[in-house]
Design a binder for this molecule. Structure first.
Ligand SMILES: NC(=O)c1ccc[n+]([C@@H]2O[C@H](COP(=O)([O-])OP(=O)(O)OC[C@H]3O[C@@H](n4cnc5c(N)ncnc54)[C@H](O)[C@@H]3O)[C@@H](O)[C@H]2O)c1
Length: 318
């Protein structure tokens, strides 16, 4: 892990009670920051944040312009993560539009008015759609297949526009399939990994949408947090978009095999129809830009990340 010093820095984390956000909050507090979390608890929960972590919580929406304006005014740094996720947004594109685009605009407008040291916007590798070349470089053309990828890219474009037009110091990181502790399998919107873990643990056949040969670049949450906070502090990240992944491609079948071996069980999956959000066949990111510019690289490989995730899952059952 990078040695991060956030002593005395005031950090606003929007969506800070969510899966990645709660991990960011904990790490920032432990690195010395005074953290304020704003979250409407739509998918997030305060239970995600460890009891020994001291932070200020404000329940509210990024769509509340006045609230966000006041919170940004008090902050030095903003990690803007509040968003409706891909499943919610596919069902309700208008709500996605209001939160993911409108909420981002509220953060940027306040930052323009009051000044801020840095905003990190958490974008998504879903903006690439089905890429032409793998591993995907940041210059790859974007291709938005889902309302979610439209809104995440729109937020990113607003960040770029506010940097170019008004000098608002923003950085965007494009996350790729982040997984790890606090990703709750009981949440209907959770990712494939936590669903597989729960199924294997309960001796239920894990469901694979399609043939299982679709690939993703799975990123362990501590690595994603580390890179996000490194980008928040680095002068070299201003005005830049970074891929944030591992550079390693894993199929869903391979993922299931590793999990089955961690549980020491024979697992036979059930193949079911692909969903309307499963329209991306292969995805793996080229991470040279973040590696060379921010000197960041992932530390946790797939097996170790999954081992830690399973350990966390089993510890919660006790
Ligand atoms: N997890 C991934 O693999 C992944 C991949 C790409 C991008 N991202 C991005 O990373 C960020 C965090 O994702 P996550 O996986 O932790 O999701 P999450 O759903 O666990 O976290 C999102 C948080 O935002 C909160 N939120 C939603 N709408 C809000 C609103 N209107 N006002 C205030 N808070 C609101 C939710 O309650 C939740 O706590 C998001 O911006 C997401 O688009 C995540």
């Amino acid at each position: 892990m990078t040695d991060l010093d956030l002593s005395g820095k005031k950090v606003l984390v929007t969506g800070g009670a969510g899966f990645v956000g709660s991990n960011v909050t904990e790490r920032a507090v432990r690195a010395g920051a005074e953290v304020t979390v704003v979250d409407d608890l739509f998918t997030g929960s305060l239970d995600n944040i460890d009891d020994d972590v001291k932070y200020r919580f404000v329940e509210g929406s990024v769509c509340d312009e006045k609230l966000i304006s006041g919170l940004v005014r008090e902050a030095d740094f903003v990690v803007h993560m509040a968003a409706r996720n891909i499943i919610v947004s596919t069902k309700n594109p208008r709500n996605d539009y209001e939160v993911n685009i409108g909420g981002t605009l509220n953060v940027l407008m306040a930052a323009r008015e009051f000044g801020i040291k840095r905003i990190v916007y958490t974008s998504s590798a879903s903006v690439y759609g089905n890429p032409r070349i793998i591993p995907i470089v940041e210059e790859e053309r974007t291709h938005t297949f889902s309302p979610y990828s439209v809104s995440k890219l729109a937020g990113e474009n607003y960040c770029n526009a506010f940097y170019e037009s008004y000098g608002v110091p923003v950085t965007a990181v494009r996350y790729s399939n982040v997984y790890g502790p606090k990703q709750d399998p009981k949440n209907p919107y959770c990712g494939v990994i936590s669903k597989f873990i729960e199924a294997i643990d309960n001796d239920i056949a894990p469901q694979i949408h399609g043939d299982g040969n679709q690939t993703r670049d799975y990123t362990y949450v501590d690595d994603a947090v580390d890179a996000t906070l490194t980008a928040l502090l680095s002068p070299k990240s201003e005005g830049t978009v970074f891929n944030l992944g591992t550079g390693t491609e894993t199929t869903v079948v391979e993922l299931l095999d590793i999990l089955a071996s961690l549980f020491g069980k024979e697992v036979t999956p059930e193949h079911i129809d692909r969903r309307d959000i499963d329209n991306i066949r292969r995805r793996v990111l080229n991470i040279e830009r973040i590696r060379s510019r921010l000197r960041w690289q992932p530390q946790i490989g797939m097996k170790e990340g999954l081992r830690r995730t399973v350990e966390w899952y089993l510890s919660r059952k006790k």
